[in-house]
Write a protein that binds this ligand. Structure first.
Ligand code: SF4
Ligand code: SF4
Length: 128
């Protein structure tokens, strides 16, 4: 690279917008089709277990809910271990009830690995 070109690149860099952002105060826009953390709607789930069967990483296990919920939710439902998940979305694609959906939540880093095991739970009041 000639000296002039080098200087031009330097000057251009001084006046152009930085490529980086000031995370966590700023964040990049996550694309709509992004495959982040799952959202599960237990009231639509048929307990078919297809999601657990298709998961290539064995990240889904069909489990019972805690006793206080078993009167309404008698069957087994998917527990998702995000520590094993590769976010392939096969579970979402095979779910005929469309009750397992990948969201744009990318913020999954945590000092508590156990919190990445997502138990199926009834919706809390006011939740979508
Ligand atoms: S996204 Fe893929 S790896 Fe993750 S739970 Fe679903 S099927 Fe398993
Ligand atoms: S989440 Fe979907 S695929 Fe999985 S058990 Fe429920 S209905 Fe079946």
């Amino acid at each position: 690279m000639s000296m002039v070109k080098t200087l031009w690149v330097l000057v251009e860099g001084l006046f152009s917008k930085p490529m980086t952002i000031k995370f966590p105060h700023e964040a990049i826009e996550i694309p709509d089709a992004y495959r982040g953390e799952h959202k599960f709607d237990i009231d639509r789930c048929a307990s078919c277990g297809f999601c657990a069967e298709i998961c290539p990483n064995k990240a889904i296990e069909m489990v019972k809910l805690p006793e206080q919920y078993t009167q309404k939710y008698k069957k087994t439902y998917p527990r998702i271990d995000l520590r094993k998940c590769c976010f392939c979305a096969l579970c979402q694609d095979i779910c005929v009830k469309k009750c397992l959906k990948m969201t744009k939540n990318v913020f999954l880093a945590t000092p508590d690995p156990a919190s990445l095991i997502k138990d199926p739970m009834p919706k809390v009041q006011g939740e979508e």
